[in-house]
Design a protein around this ligand. Structure first.
Ligand SMILES: *[C@@H]1O[C@H](CO)[C@@H](O)[C@H](O)[C@H]1NC(C)=O
Ligand SMILES: *[C@@H]1O[C@H](CO)[C@@H](O)[C@H](O)[C@H]1NC(C)=O
Ligand SMILES: *[C@@H]1O[C@H](CO)[C@@H](O)[C@H](O)[C@H]1NC(C)=O
Ligand SMILES: *[C@@H]1O[C@H](CO)[C@@H](O)[C@H](O)[C@H]1NC(C)=O
Ligand SMILES: *[C@@H]1O[C@H](CO)[C@@H](O)[C@H](O)[C@H]1NC(C)=O
Ligand SMILES: *[C@@H]1O[C@H](CO)[C@@H](O)[C@H](O)[C@H]1NC(C)=O
Length: 475
């Protein structure tokens, strides 16, 4: 007979071992390594407070406050996302509560390893002096911090460093060098291969060249370490309800990347030239014409100066959903999840092209694949690990109900909002729940009658069955 305290302790332990499945890259797609389902990013960029929300001197970044993450994970789970991108994290902070609550919600994290502070990124105006051991120590710190979370999906080595032709002249070899060092560090110090890739600006003169530069294979590059595992594109070309697959140039994007040897996804998308946004591009991106891409991340979760928010974060900690949230939720709810998760049985899984000057067409773009040497002292960090890393781990998150109010677009509180723990092997999917208003000013649909209750029941069932399985596995 197992006593109640023991059962409670076991449940706490069980909730910490519940985890989303690791995702890997096979050919041009991401896959759930356990179920074999294809994984497409259904995501949002998460940058509460904007760039100014990164406050390492105050011990704060977007993933340092568990209660804030719980609120936002509940709001995002209801929206239907399975991935967030976080731009700036401090590798010395504890991110366990946030990582664990997103894990419980079935939401993966893609982390940028850089920050806007001096010395914490490759300086596009001076790559050679910014590529140094102090910088790489920070990059490796981010890897240490996030490598043990099962819901760490990937790392971005850099974001939009090449943003015009002049910046494409000298920077590319440095980005590949950073990737080489990151992937070698993960291979030595991590327990699984976490994908590493670049997030590109949609500068059409150099876009195809940049993708080719990052995906090609250098013959003397041991284990293809400097090669990107995936390619992110920040794309804002589909604007408003009148745009189409053709007028937005999405057709060109699909054609350009037709022979890709690595996954491609939108690392930012969601043009705001026409407001409110109706997000018709979502149906296109996840529809039959674009399944060769791996989805995307909507820019961005919270309303900041640039006016791209899905929600407004109020000064008292409450959140007000905006019309864009309802519109995006409606688009997500219409997606065919069967289509999205179907493995591509005809995927070509092409070998990467060999890097050579002939692969690059713009005369201003770097044609050199002679990468900078590993800076002094860095190979030692790779071999032995950096000193005193802060390493994260999944912790018990028993409270899954946010304390803050969340208001629907009609101003009424969203009832029953909580994180519903997804069953062990799953990521979050759109719930099909009715948005908080249908745009007509109708009263909020209490989500208690919908997904939340189903979710709660499912959680109870999963909790019990999962716990039983877990207890049996210990015997
Ligand atoms: C990804 O995971 C699947 C399932 O575990 C495995 O069959 C496949 O070989 C892995 N791919 C790579 C490139 O590691
Ligand atoms: C890089 O990967 C490709 C495809 O798997 C392989 O053909 C090639 O030999 C690899 N190159 C190196 C240098 O490991
Ligand atoms: C918090 O702020 C929002 C927006 O200003 C307001 O509507 C709401 O009433 C406040 N909630 C509480 C609990 O004070
Ligand atoms: C969803 O996609 C699957 C796989 O392509 C297809 O068989 C099914 O008919 C689609 N469902 C709807 C409702 O379009
Ligand atoms: C499957 O892969 C093939 C060849 O790589 C590609 O042309 C096709 O668009 C892919 N289909 C899906 C559903 O991703
Ligand atoms: C490795 O190969 C690249 C591309 O062929 C070349 O530019 C570079 O000089 C080589 N580096 C070394 C150390 O041999």
């Amino acid at each position: 007979m197992i006593s109640l305290p023991i059962l409670t302790a076991l449940y706490a332990l069980y909730t910490t071992v519940c985890a989303v499945n690791p995702v890997n890259v096979t050919g041009q797609d991401f896959y759930d390594t356990v179920t074999g389902d294809r994984f497409m990013l259904l995501g949002v960029d998460y940058q509460p407070g904007g760039q100014a929300g990164y406050k390492p001197q105050q011990g704060e970044d977007a993933l340092s406050q568990g209660d804030v993450c719980l609120r936002d994970a509940a709001v995002m789970q209801r929206l239907g996302v399975n991935t967030i991108r976080v731009y700036n994290v401090d590798p010395t902070l504890n991110h366990d509560d946030c990582a664990s609550v997103f894990n419980a919600a079935g939401i993966y994290m893609v982390l940028d390893v850089n920050s806007p502070l001096g010395g914490e990124s490759i300086n596009r105006a001076d790559p050679s002096s910014s590529y140094n051991s102090g910088y790489l120590n920070r990059v490796f710190g981010v890897i240490e911090n996030f490598k043990n979370y099962p819901n760490t999906l990937a790392f971005f080595s850099a974001n939009e460093v090449m943003n015009d032709i002049p910046t494409a002249a000298d920077n590319p070899p440095y980005i590949r060098a950073v990737q080489r060092d990151m992937k070698n560090y993960i291979a030595k110090q991590g327990s699984r291969a976490i994908p590493v890739g670049y997030s590109a600006a949609d500068v059409r003169e150099i876009l195809e060249d940049t993708w080719n530069y990052m995906q090609c294979s250098i013959s003397n590059d041991t284990d293809n370490a400097s090669r990107s595992d995936f390619f992110g594109l920040n794309s804002y070309s589909w604007c408003g309800g009148d745009a189409t697959f053709e007028s937005s140039g999405y057709n060109d994007i699909v054609a350009m990347f037709g022979s890709t040897t690595i996954p491609i996804f939108f690392s930012e998308y969601g043009c705001n030239k026409v407001m409110p946004r109706v997000f018709d591009e979502v149906a296109a991106l996840y529809g039959p014409q674009m399944t060769s891409l791996s989805g995307g991340l909507i820019y961005e979760y919270s309303q900041e100066e640039a006016d791209y928010g899905l929600v407004q974060i109020n000064s008292n900690g409450s959140v007000s959903l905006l019309t864009d949230y309802d519109n995006l939720q409606m688009q997500y709810n219409r997606l065919n999840i069967t289509l999205i998760e179907a493995a591509n049985t005809t995927a070509a899984n092409l070998d990467p092209p060999e890097c050579s000057a002939g692969l690059i067409s713009n005369s201003g773009m770097s044609k050199s694949f002679d990468l900078p040497a590993v800076p002094d002292g860095v190979q030692q960090m790779i071999n032995n690990g950096i000193s005193n890393p802060t390493q994260g781990r999944i912790v018990d998150v028993s409270n899954l109900t946010p304390s803050q109010e969340v208001y629907g677009t009609n101003g009424a509180p969203v009832q029953g909002l909580q994180v519903n723990r997804v069953p062990d092997d799953q990521s979050n999917t759109p719930s099909g729940a009715t948005p908080s208003t249908s745009g007509s000013g109708a009263p909020a649909q209490p989500s208690k009658t919908g997904a939340a209750v189903v979710g709660a029941r499912a959680e109870a069932a999963v909790g019990f069955v999962g716990l039983l399985g877990f207890v049996l596995s210990l015997l």
